[in-house]
Write a protein that binds this ligand. Structure first.
Ligand SMILES: Nc1ccn([C@@H]2O[C@H](COP(=O)(O)OP(=O)(O)OP(=O)(O)O)[C@@H](O)[C@H]2O)c(=O)n1
Ligand SMILES: C[C@](O)(CO)[C@H](O)COP(=O)(O)O
Length: 225
C-alpha cells in the first residue's frame, strides 16, 4: 500500500496580504512550506506532491537551494481554485487499489506527525478520514435577509486537514466540475456518495490565514522566545 500526500500551496494569500504568498513567509527562519513538507516526510513512507502556481516554481527552487532543503517531493502546477489544485495533483498520480492519499493545506505547518499517522490509519480502515475540533465560539446562521439565528454549537465541528482517502476513489470523485460548496476534499467525497470518519484534530494545527496566525505559530513552536 502506497501513501501519497498532496500539499496544496497554489493560493495567493489575499487575506494574509504579504508581498510574497503566505506559504513562503518565514517560520523558524525558513518558508512555512518547508516545515509542512518535513512533517509529512517524518511521518514516513509518504510520496509527496507539492502543488504550486507555475509562476512561483522558480522562486521555490531558489528557496530550496538557499535553505539546503532536500526533502524529496515532486512539484505539480496549481490551479485557479483549491479544488483545481487538488485535481491537478490527482491527475498526475497513478494509484493502485489500497493506496491512500492525504490532502493537506501547505499553510498548516504545525500539523503533528502523530495526527498524520492517525489520519492515514483511519482512512485505511474506513476509506476516508477527516480531523475535526469542537467549535469554541457561538455560531449563528444568516438568512440573507438581515436576520440570523443561533445554531446548536455542541453539534458542530471545525474541519482541518490533512484529510485522507482511498486514492483511486478520490481520483474518480474529483472528475466533476468545481462547485463553491467544495471548500475541502471531504465535501467532494461526500457529493459522490462517500462517508467520512471523523478523527480528533489538534487546536494547534492552525491554518495561516491572517498575519496574526504566523505570530501564533512562531509562539507555539518557541513559547519562551
Ligand atoms: N488556487 C488555489 C487556492 C488555494 N490553494 C491552497 O489551499 C490552501 C487553503 O487556501 P487558503 O488558506 O484560502 O489560501 P489562499 O487562497 O492563498 O488565501 P486567500 O484565500 O486569503 O487568498 C492553501 O494552502 C492554498 O495555498 C491552492 O492550492 N490553490
Ligand atoms: C480545507 C480547509 O482548510 C478545511 O478547514 C478549509 O476549508 C480551506 O479553506 P480556504 O478558504 O481555502 O482557506
Amino acid at each position: 500500500m502506497k501513501r501519497y500526500a498532496i500539499i496544496v500551496a497554489g493560493g495567493s494569500g489575499t487575506r494574509f496580504g504579504a508581498p510574497v504568498p503566505k506559504q513562503f513567509v518565514p517560520l523558524e527562519g525558513r518558508p512555512v512550506l518547508m516545515r509542512t513538507i518535513d512533517q509529512f516526510h517524518q511521518a514516513g513512507n509518504v510520496e509527496i506532491l507539492l502543488v504550486l502556481p507555475a509562476s512561483q516554481q522558480r522562486y521555490w527552487h531558489e528557496l530550496c537551494r538557499q535553505h539546503n532543503f532536500d526533502t524529496p517531493h515532486a512539484v505539480v502546477q496549481g490551479g485557479d481554485s483549491r479544488f483545481q489544485s487538488v485535481k491537478n495533483a490527482l491527475a498526475v498520480m497513478h494509484p493502485e487499489p489500497g493506496d491512500l492519499v492525504a490532502v493537506h493545506d501547505g499553510v498548516r505547518p504545525l500539523v503533528s506527525v502523530e495526527l498524520i499517522g492517525k489520519i492515514y490509519q483511519a482512512a485505511a480502515s474506513s476509506g476516508a478520514a477527516v480531523p475535526v475540533t469542537p467549535v469554541t465560539d457561538s455560531v449563528r446562521q444568516l438568512d440573507g435577509r438581515g436576520s440570523s439565528q443561533a445554531l446548536p454549537r455542541a453539534s458542530l465541528r471545525a474541519v482541518q486537514t490533512p484529510q485522507a482517502f482511498d486514492a483511486l476513489q478520490l481520483k474518480r470523485d474529483y472528475d466533476v466540475p468545481c462547485d463553491p460548496f467544495f471548500t475541502d476534499d471531504a465535501s467532494v467525497w461526500e457529493r459522490a456518495g462517500g462517508q467520512v470518519t471523523l478523527v480528533e484534530g489538534e487546536i494547534t494545527n492552525i491554518k495561516i490565514t491572517h498575519p496574526v496566525d504566523i505570530v501564533v505559530a512562531q509562539h507555539l513552536l518557541h513559547p519562551h522566545d
